[in-house]
Design a protein around this ligand. Structure first.
Ligand code: SF4
Length: 441
C-alpha cells in the first residue's frame, strides 16, 4: 500500500519523444513518431530488438498512431536513439520532433476505394512540421491529420487541423475536432497542404497571443473568435466556404460518406477488386504488445501500418500471419470483448498506479463474459486522473491505494456507491452490477 501523496494524479505537461524520453514507473518511455504510420518489416524487427535489448520488452500503440518503447534503462537511451536515428525516426532536435503530431490514414495507398493515396501528402507535411521553426512554439499536443477517406478514414479522430479528401486532388480544411465537429474553412489543393498547415500554425500562434488567456487547442480558439480571422489570413491558399457551409460530394456531406472505421475489421483489405493490397488487422488489449510479438509479426508480412485504433495492419501477410498473431494473443475478431477494455499502465508502468489495471480489466472480461455485450467501454483507471479515458465510460473503476471505487456511467474519480473494493471484489461487483442492469436479476 502506498502513501496518499504517491496516489495523487501526476501532471506531466510535455509529450514524450525519442529526444524527450519520459521517466515513468518502469523506466524511460520513448515515443517513436513514424512518418505516415508506415513501418517497413525490417525496421519493425530492429525496433523490436531495441525494445528487447535495452527496455523491458513492452511496446505500446498510442491513440495517435505512434509506437512507444517502455522500460528503457538510462544507459540504453543513447544506443536506442542512435539506432532509431539511423532508421530515420529521429528529428533534428526536441522541438522539431514534438511538433510532428500527425495522423495519416493507415490504409493510404492500400485501398482503391479511397479517393486519395495520402502517404506522400502526409510525409511532405511531416517534413515541413519538422523544418518550420515558427511552428515549434505551438503548444504540446497540437495535432494535424491527413485523411485519405475509404475504409481507413479518420472521420472520428479529433485533432486541431484536419485535411479530409473531397476528391482525388482537393481536401476540405477544418479546424478543431472530429470531421463532424470541426469548423470547416474551405478546401485546398493536395500540393498546398504543407503551406496551408504552416500558415494555419502561424495564424494560431498569432491569434491566441492576442487573448488574455491563450487557448492551447484550436477548438478553444475557434470557439472564442470563430474562423473569420483564419479565412482572412489564408484567402490565397484556401477556397473559402460560407460560415456553416459544408462541402458536399455528389450531394452528400463529406462526413456522411464515411461509415465506421473502428477496428479491427479482420478482412479490412481483402485484396482483389476492392483492395490493391491485402492486409490483416491485428489488435492488442490496451494497445500493448511485446517486442517478441512485434518481431514475429514483422516476419509474417512485408510492412506494418500503425493505426490510431490500437491495432496494426499487416500488409501482404504471409499465409501463417493469422496463426502467428493468434499465438501471440492478438485480437482478430471485431467481437472480441477485450476491445471494450480500456486501462492505463497502472502499477508497474506508472509510479502513481497502485493496482494492476490490465489484469483487473482482463479479469472483468473473463468474469462478465456475455454481460459485456451491451457495454461499450469498461475503463480501469490507475487513479482519478484517468489518462486512458478521462471521460465517462459505461463502467469505471478508479484505483487508489490498492483498492478500487466502482461506478456505472461515470468518469474516473466521480463519486461512487461502491468504494474501497479489493481487485477481486471489484471484478465481482462489476459482474453483479451488469447482471442487475441488463437482466434485471
Ligand atoms: S491514470 Fe494511470 S497512468 Fe495516469 S497518472 Fe493515474 S495511474 Fe498513472
Amino acid at each position: 500500500m502506498t502513501s496518499p501523496v504517491a496516489s495523487q494524479p501526476r501532471r506531466r505537461g510535455v509529450c514524450p519523444g525519442v529526444l524527450v524520453p519520459m521517466q515513468v514507473g518502469d523506466g524511460f518511455l520513448l515515443r517513436v513518431r513514424v512518418p505516415a504510420g508506415v513501418l517497413p518489416a525490417d525496421h519493425a524487427r530492429r525496433i523490436a530488438e531495441l525494445g528487447d535489448r535495452y527496455g523491458n520488452g513492452l511496446i505500446d500503440l498510442s491513440q495517435r498512431g505512434n509506437l512507444q518503447l517502455r522500460g528503457i534503462a538510462a544507459d540504453g537511451l543513447e544506443p536506442v536513439t542512435e539506432a532509431l536515428r539511423g532508421m530515420g525516426y529521429v528529428s533534428g532536435d526536441a522541438a522539431s520532433e514534438a511538433v510532428r503530431n500527425l495522423l495519416c490514414s493507415p490504409t493510404a495507398g492500400l485501398d482503391r476505394t479511397a479517393p486519395m493515396d495520402v502517404q506522400g501528402v502526409a510525409r511532405t507535411l511531416d517534413a515541413r512540421l519538422a523544418e518550420d521553426a515558427a511552428l515549434h512554439r505551438l503548444p504540446p499536443k497540437f495535432g494535424w491529420l491527413v485523411c485519405g477517406g475509404g475504409i481507413g478514414h479518420l472521420a472520428d479522430s479529433s485533432t486541431d487541423v484536419r485535411f479530409d479528401p473531397v476528391d482525388g486532388e482537393r481536401f476540405q480544411v477544418s479546424l478543431g475536432g472530429t470531421l463532424a465537429k470541426a469548423a470547416p474553412l474551405g478546401f485546398c489543393r493536395a500540393e498546398d497542404v504543407a503551406d496551408v498547415a504552416s500558415a494555419l500554425g502561424r495564424a494560431f500562434s498569432e491569434l491566441r497571443a492576442t487573448l488574455p488567456e491563450p487557448p492551447r487547442r484550436m477548438a478553444g480558439l475557434v470557439a472564442g473568435m470563430g474562423t473569420d480571422p483564419f479565412r482572412t489570413r489564408l484567402s490565397v491558399l484556401i477556397s473559402p466556404l460560407s460560415p456553416g457551409e459544408r462541402i458536399k460530394v455528389r450531394g452528400t456531406h463529406l462526413m456522411d460518406l464515411f461509415g465506421s472505421a473502428e477496428p479491427p475489421h479482420p478482412n479490412l483489405l481483402p485484396g482483389g477488386e476492392k483492395g490493391s493490397q491485402s492486409g490483416k488487422v491485428v489488435a492488442f488489449p490496451f494497445g500493448r504488445l511485446t517486442a517478441a510479438t512485434l518481431a514475429a509479426l514483422a516476419s509474417a508480412c512485408a510492412e506494418i501500418r500503425i493505426t490510431p485504433w490500437r491495432a496494426l495492419i499487416l500488409v501482404a501477410p504471409s499465409k501463417d500471419a493469422e496463426a502467428v498473431a493468434h499465438t501471440h494473443g492478438a485480437i482478430l475478431s471485431h467481437n472480441d470483448r477485450r476491445l471494450k477494455l480500456t486501462a492505463c499502465s497502472g502499477a508497474g508502468g506508472c509510479d502513481v498506479g497502485t493496482t494492476d489495471t490490465h489484469a483487473t480489466a482482463l479479469a472483468i472480461a473473463e468474469r462478465a463474459g456475455p454481460l459485456l455485450d451491451p457495454v461499450r467501454m469498461v475503463h480501469v483507471s490507475g487513479c482519478a486522473k484517468g489518462c486512458a479515458h478521462p471521460a465517462i465510460a459505461d463502467v469505471t473503476l478508479t484505483a487508489r491505494d490498492g483498492v478500487y471505487d466502482v461506478a456505472l456511467n461515470a468518469k474516473p474519480g466521480d463519486a461512487s456507491p461502491y468504494t474501497g473494493l479489493s481487485p477481486a471484489d471489484a471484478v465481482a461487483r462489476v459482474a453483479d452490477l451488469l447482471t442487475e442492469e441488463f437482466t434485471g436479476a
